[in-house]
Design a protein. Structure first.
Length: 578
């Protein structure tokens, strides 16, 4: 060994200084750690706390340092800590454990990492205990677990309901699932949940073999004061009720039993019920929770569960799930009852539909006949106007012209009167021609639909130059027959009149499209669109002109779609089988 090494080996002061420096550095390091750092020997005695000011300390540093774990913590917790310490020392490997403590600020969760410290000869082995607060992480994990428990079991209930064939089957499947989900001893439905009912029973129940229930009696139970009160309380509460006897309530208040849930509960109500003591004892009920099922149709039910083997501590998440199950059962019961009612009404509804179909066919037949009679009347009137009044007025006009020509200068008054008669009869003749055209266009019978519509558009343009009308044809559009021709003409005529009177439009497009389908045969589609101000939805349904169009198309076995938005014009789209 060199002379330089000798002083270091044989100088205890230097060695002590080095150890002191190392310990000081370790303490300085521990002060900035987010963890609680402690040194504990293999017997579970706290040798030192490296950061005594840590907020993670369970008690004050002087109440922990130098004491055994069993002097600080409860025996079960101290035993678990000591087991981990010994395992770390014996295996010479770090260990990890999680534990919870009731701190001054409330319950907190910790994760401890325990690592062995090599012992000097003759000394006890020790471990470094680093504890970190993981409360927030545990809360997130617990929330995820509760969410998974909630949704997975709701899914189980939904599947059970969907597989049911009737009401009884659905309710029996539900209580079987509840028995498994909540690990209770008895799940049941009471009916009716009616304070005024003289009797009630348990028609649906699932139990474990050790605790048979009321269903095994297969009997109606007489209504009494306690039952009526329980039903009344359940019906008046939206939340589940936990019924407890006075004796159990005293045990809860004295601390002999744990509270019903962690802290004040917002998901259920605790009801003290002295009258239930005998019933609870008779059926070995330690804990009972129930909620009213009130479908929209029929009498209410009561859904309940019993814990018989021990006093049950209900968590908020369990009660939330129980309440949601009750809501789904309520909806399902309503649906089943309504479905049965619908089945009863189905035959009558089919009869009504058959009658309505026949009436609709009769109505369309009558409407077609009405339009046909109307067109025949118009044709008759137009012929009468043309044949009778037209010829008579033409004769008067000719006589007036003859008188006008034969009068000389001495009969100026007569000549003037003849001129007035001539102009008057010409005006009347033109009015009659217009009336005839409106009543029944002669060209429709002689020249066909296309020529008649083109003539209608020319007359419209000549009288209303401010409106640009575009008429387009696709296909033959002529061989539709008299009934379809006059129907299309009237719809287009009414549409033009509406646009001129109300739309304030500048452009009107009319399209006639003839199509042929191998299955439906020949049909014609009529599309009319303007760029006017449009009308609101109520007027689309109520307007007389539009109603007339709709009736004509429907009477012909067609379909019509009329839509309008404000300032976007009116669209009429009709399809008529030929």
């Amino acid at each position: 060994m060199s002379t330089n090494d000798a002083p270091f080996k044989h100088n205890p002061t230097r060695k002590h200084n080095a150890l002191t420096t190392t310990e000081a550095q370790l303490r300085a390091f521990a002060q900035v750690l987010p963890d609680l750092a402690m040194v504990i020997d293999e017997d579970g005695r706290c040798i030192d706390i490296l950061n005594p000011g840590s907020p993670l300390l369970y008690k004050e540093a002087e109440q922990v340092r130098g004491l055994l774990l069993h002097e600080v913590f409860s025996k079960p917790q101290a035993d678990s800590f000591l087991t981990v310490i010994k395992k770390s020392v014996n295996t010479d490997d770090p260990q990890v454990l999680e534990y919870s403590l009731e701190m001054a600020t409330g319950p907190r969760w910790f994760e401890a990492r325990v690592a062995p410290i090599p012992a000097e000869t003759g000394n006890k082995s020790m471990v470094m205990w680093l504890a970190r607060d993981i409360t927030e992480r545990k809360k997130v994990e617990q929330a995820l677990q509760e969410s998974q428990f909630y949704f997975e079991n709701l899914d189980r209930i939904s599947k059970a309901m969907s597989q049911a064939s009737d009401t009884d089957d659905m309710l029996f499947r539900v209580v079987q699932e509840i028995l498994t989900i909540f690990q209770v001893d008895r799940a049941w439905f009471a009916y009716p949940c009616d304070p005024n009912s003289p009797t009630w029973n348990i028609p649906i129940e699932a139990t474990v073999p050790e605790y048979p229930g009321l269903f095994a009696l297969k009997a109606e139970m007489p209504g009494d004061h306690s039952t009526a009160r329980a039903f009344e309380l359940a019906l008046s509460s939206k939340d589940p009720l936990v019924f407890v006897s006075t004796a159990i309530m005293k045990e809860l208040e004295s601390g002999a039993l744990e509270m019903l849930a962690e802290g004040p509960s917002s998901t259920f109500k605790v009801v003290e019920f002295e009258e239930l003591s005998e019933t609870l004892s008779r059926f070995d009920i330690k804990s009972q929770i129930a909620i009213a099922i009130q479908p929209k149709v029929g009498k209410p039910w009561l859904l309940g569960v019993h814990q018989c083997a021990y006093f049950r501590r209900w968590s908020e998440n369990e009660v939330k799930l129980f309440r949601e199950i009750a809501e789904r059962v309520t909806d399902c019961l309503t649906n089943f009852v309504l479905f049965r009612q619908l089945e009863k009404d189905l035959v009558e509804r089919k009869r009504s539909e058959t009658r309505a179909t026949k009436l609709l066919e009769q109505n369309r037949t009558l409407t077609q006949r009405l339009f046909r009679i109307q067109e025949e009347e118009r044709r008759y009137i137009s012929q009468e106007l043309h044949d009778e009044f037209g010829q008579l007025l033409t004769a008067i006009n000719l006589h007036a012209q003859t008188i006008y020509r034969k009068c000389d200068g001495s009969a100026a008054g007569i000549k003037e009167s003849a001129h007035i008669v001539t102009e008057g009869t010409a005006a009347v003749i033109q009015s009659i021609r217009n009336m005839i055209r409106e009543l029944r266009p002669v060209s429709l019978d002689l020249l066909g639909l296309k020529v008649t519509l083109e003539e209608l558009i020319r007359q419209t343009q000549s009288q209303h130059s401010e409106l640009n009308v575009e008429l387009n044809f696709s296909g033959g559009c002529d061989d539709f027959g008299e009934h379809i021709n006059i129907m299309l003409y009237r719809v287009i005529q009414e549409a033009i009149t509406n646009v001129i009177k109300h739309a304030k439009a500048q452009h009107l497009t009319i399209e006639l499209i003839e199509t042929t389908d191998s299955e439906t045969g020949k049909s014609v589609r009529l599309i009319i669109h303007d760029d006017g101000i449009g009308i609101d939805a109520d007027k689309v349904k109520q307007g007389m002109g539009l109603t007339g169009m709709r009736e004509r198309v429907l009477a012909s076995g067609g379909k019509i779609y009329i839509s309008s938005l404000e300032n976007s014009g009116l669209l009429i789209d009709a399809s008529i089988p030929v």
